[in-house]
Ligand binder design. Structure first.
Ligand code: SAH
Ligand code: SF4
Length: 485
């Protein structure tokens, strides 16, 4: 989401004549996109500001004929702390919240005269639908598309509804030549509803997943997330579609069936559980119990047997006992996730947990529980990845491997990283002419080894997404795969 916000802000600035540099020494303006989700994210920014403060002073001393350096804070930390940032850090010239990026050129003009500029107004309708984000990494085959901003859920620990405001929808179709993968973004993408098009009269209203409830009335009418997914996946059958982050409350069968049926919608679902204990989930106001969550997992696995699941967990939430934590451990063992993000709980002002609950799990206990969840995830992911050895998978190549220029790195359908040697391989299954593997290529890979994070394989031949999943090609493909080995 923050990468996408940088792309939006950068587009606004570019249109008013600013140019971007990656050299600190060349910059007259430094803007930092910030996150407030946990205190640690904010501490990083304070440390960075401290370093920039020294740099700003030095630049003023050494080069009198250069314009004074301007420093700006953008995003959620700007929204949360507003002008308090200026009080705490006198070197900051500009504070701009997530709904005010279009105001950046005016704010920078204000700072020219030596004043500070603050715009932290939250909006109910700013979607930046008219701003075409400028992609930061033009060579990457993947892109992000925000389909909604803000959040209405009000989980008791979470600051997002306060820093990013309430939910708004936004559709921006991106079928750029060359883009092979699009990730639809939002805080609960699957609660998406677009009622702006009055020609769509949808009589099917949102049915929450059984056993799930919300603090707000589910939206009705208009285009649903499944309609959007259906339309977006038809734009280009060669373009992989992912979406994040969904909320477990909105997984109707229409969405699951689309994932199963459309080969370009990845078989991967992020299903943030947060905890495996029903009492903790209630204190978190997640709107579901352990049992309802597990029922959903079994339902999803029944409908899409080869689905890759990932999740988020918070360790040491208010009043979490050792037994409650053990329930999270057992849930993780039961579900078996390919990827888990776990976070030690960080109390945030304004949230309902801040007002009503006690952040009484000591830091060392939070950290121990968090590490236990991380280690358990690694053990389970290793088992899942080892099972993939011997399989033949479709990989979208993202570029050179960070570890070695002799290798290329890509991702499989489940978003797991796959490393292959960069050799010449046949143009297609039935071809003898060969060419090198490049960024943006779809390659058929035989998996040879695995650890908890990465798979390693042998590239067999180039292909396309449609060709790989075309059932009529199956027999030829199988012959190819065995002869290529
Ligand atoms: N909208 C998404 C995720 C938003 S934030 C969702 O509901 O899944 C990403 C993750 O940060 C959350 O899933 C949660 O696990 C974690 N998180 C949010 N607030 C937190 C807090 N106060 N302390 C620790 N982790 C937190
Ligand atoms: Fe935060 Fe909950 Fe909204 Fe996710 S769904 S952004 S955790 S309030």
């Amino acid at each position: 989401m923050n990468v996408n916000d940088v792309e939006i802000s950068w587009s606004v600035l570019k249109n008013s004549g600013y140019t971007r540099t990656s050299e600190l020494g060349q910059a007259d303006v430094i803007l930092m996109m910030t996150c407030s989700i946990r205190d640690g994210a904010e501490q990083k920014i304070w440390r960075k500001l401290n370093i920039l403060k020294q740099y700003k002073k030095k630049r003023q001393r050494n080069s009198e004929n250069l314009p004074p350096l301007k420093i700006g804070i953008l995003g959620c930390m700007a929204e949360r702390l507003k002008s308090k940032i200026l009080e705490q850090e006198k070197m900051v010239d500009l504070v701009c919240g997530p709904d005010a990026y279009k105001d950046l050129p005016r704010m920078l003009a204000v700072t020219e005269s030596g004043q500070t500029a603050v715009n932290v107004l939250l909006s109910l309708d700013e979607t930046y639908a008219d701003v075409m984000p400028v992609r930061l990494n033009e060579n990457s085959p993947s892109a992000f598309v925000s389909i909604m901003r803000g959040c209405d859920n009000m989980c008791s620990y979470c600051i997002v509804p306060f820093t990013r405001g309430r939910e708004r929808n936004e559709v921006r179709m991106l079928s750029d030549q060359g883009i092979k993968e699009v990730t639809l973004l939002g805080q609960n993408v699957n609660s998406y509803r677009d009622t702006s098009d009055s020609t769509i009269h949808n009589s099917i209203d949102t049915k929450l997943t059984p056993g799930f409830k919300t603090v707000y009335k589910p939206k009705t009418g208009g285009r649903r997330f499944s309609d959007l997914l259906d339309k977006v996946s038809q734009i280009d059958p060669e373009m992989r579609i992912r979406f994040t982050s969904p909320h477990p409350k909105d997984f109707p069968d229409e969405v699951l069936d689309l994932i199963k049926e459309r080969s370009n919608i990845c078989n991967q679902i992020h299903l943030p559980a947060q905890s495996g204990n029903s009492e903790v989930l209630q204190r978190m106001r997640r709107g579901y119990t352990r049992e309802a969550y597990l029922d959903l997992v079994y339902h999803i696995r029944h409908r899409i047997p080869d689905v890759y699941l990932s999740s988020d967990f918070i360790a040491g939430f208010c009043e979490e006992t050792e037994l409650e934590h053990e329930d999270t451990v057992s849930l993780m063992k039961e579900v078996k996730y390919h990827v888990v993000y776990s976070f030690p709980y960080s109390m945030r002002q304004k949230t309902s947990a801040y007002h009503r609950l006690k952040d009484n799990v000591p830091d060392d206990v939070k950290s121990r529980r968090h590490l236990q969840l991380r280690d358990l995830f690694r053990q389970e992911a290793l088992k899942l990845n080892l099972k993939e050895i011997g399989s033949t998978q479709l990989i979208l190549i993202e570029g050179e491997s960070k570890r070695s220029p002799l290798d290329m790195a890509g991702r499989n359908d489940g978003n797991v990283k796959v490393i292959v040697p960069n050799t010449n391989i046949p143009e297609s299954c039935a071809d003898i002419s060969t060419r090198k593997i490049q960024r943006g290529d779809y390659v058929v890979v035989k998996i040879r080894s695995a650890n908890s994070q990465v798979l390693h394989g042998i590239p067999l031949y180039h292909t396309s997404l449609t060709e790989f999943y075309n059932k009529d090609n199956l027999i030829t493909e199988q012959l190819c795969q065995s002869s290529a080995l």
